[in-house]
Design a protein around this ligand. Sequence first.
Ligand code: DAK
Length: 257
Amino acid sequence: MAYAYINTSREDGVGIVSLNRPKLHNALNFALMEELVGELERLDRDEQIRVILLTGNDKAFAAGADINEMAEASAIEIMKYDQFAVWDRIARVSKPIVGAASGFVLGGGCELMMNCDIVIASETALIGQPEIKLGIMPGAGGTQRLTRAVGVRKALEMLLTGEPITAKQALQYGLVNRVVPVESYYQEALKLAKQIAEQPPLAVRMIKKAVYKADDVPLQDALDYERNGFYLLLASEDRKEGMQAFLEKRKARFTGK
Ligand code: DAK
């Protein structure tokens, strides 16, 4: 598909989506978000794709929602047309999203990064929620996902000062998985995405869902969910293939059935 604000490609079972609004540091206008979320959902339904890689460019993953759009819209208009609702659909993507983040990761950009399941950051990444400096607060999970990721105190410091943290600090806080030089963050993320793409897709999907239960529901309910997922996977062809391949000392070929 031809898009105005994103680029897409695919490689070895990985669907790659790059934000493409470089002159405005990938500011997330509504049209970009519609394209992005539509493509994420398309990739989620695509049987050939097992993992999604989401990236920006070296200078910016994304510098936040488009302030030009927000500055002009009234609260009533924004609420009536519910244009931000598109954000809610990202968390429903069932395939893993690997983020490759460099440069500015601010506001909605940080919220988008936190919607990625695993993040490889470049050493140059600057990550923050500067909304307070604009007289607003985060609206796409910044107060919630950030707090769950880094804890109340660090989240409050970031949210109340609006100051960004470095990639190295984000690693210490558990907000990103790895920090590597800017020359290699994209390749490192792609390599990781390809590694996950070789795993049995049903197990990948069940594990992703089960892990997020840890944040959402009481422990015993989450353990029950995990156990049911385990039983379900015992009925899959990939389970037979995985165990057979182990016994035959060969590499398994998973089909997602
Ligand atoms: N929106 C629009 N334009 C932006 C932008 C943004 N967020 N960030 C940068 N730009 C534009 C700049 O205006 C400039 O445009 P021109 O002047 O060239 O036309 C161009 O990108 C290059 O930026 P700079 O010249 O400023 O470049 P610098 O390297 O000097 O500075 C910077 C880079 C990223 C530090 C700076 O541009 C900056 O502070 N940008 C704003 C960052 C920010 O405040 N982000 C948070 C926005 S609020 C919600 C969902 C999401 C949100 C809210 C609700 N719901 C679901 C309800 C999200 C809100 C936000 O993200």
